[in-house]
Write a protein that binds this ligand. Structure first.
Ligand SMILES: [Zn+2]
Ligand SMILES: [Zn+2]
Length: 135
């Protein structure tokens, strides 16, 4: 068992993978997240700095949640997110749907190449279905 110090509060805890954050801080971050999510739902026009101030959450933390696609902004929101690839405006995450699809098909075509779609058409079909389902 690996023991680490929490990078937020310094408490020792049993490390189970992921960021070095203890269960207590993780739980309070989770509460914050729900609070922010609720806030955005009730205040769809709030800006990032407003959300940060009113919920006492750092802008970095908000941006991290957005990158993880846990927070989504409404169409009315002044929060401007852009796709990191093509600059298209998006509501959450790092890339627009189009770029995500392109990346997914690049990955799956690179993955499928050696087998040349002769032996296992069923499996290939299954994989692309799974990917479509995921987003
Ligand atoms: Zn902690
Ligand atoms: Zn894009």
């Amino acid at each position: 068992m690996e023991v680490r110090n929490c990078k937020l509060c310094g408490r020792m805890f049993n490390y189970l993978g992921g960021p070095s954050i203890c269960p207590i801080c993780k739980e309070s971050a989770e509460k914050k997240f729900n609070q922010v999510k609720e806030y955005i739902r009730e205040n769809p026009r709030a800006s990032i700095s407003q959300i940060s101030e009113e919920n006492e959450v750092s802008i970095q933390q908000l941006q991290q949640w957005v990158r993880e696609e846990r927070l989504e902004f409404s169409k009315d929101s002044p929060v401007a997110l852009t796709c990191e690839k093509c600059g298209e405006s998006i509501r959450t995450g790092r890339f627009c749907e189009k770029c995500k699809n392109n990346m997914a098909s690049e990955i799956s075509s690179a993955f499928k190449k050696p087998e040349a779609a002769v032996e296992t058409p069923k499996k290939a079909l299954h994989d692309s279905d799974k990917m479509r389902f995921k987003r």
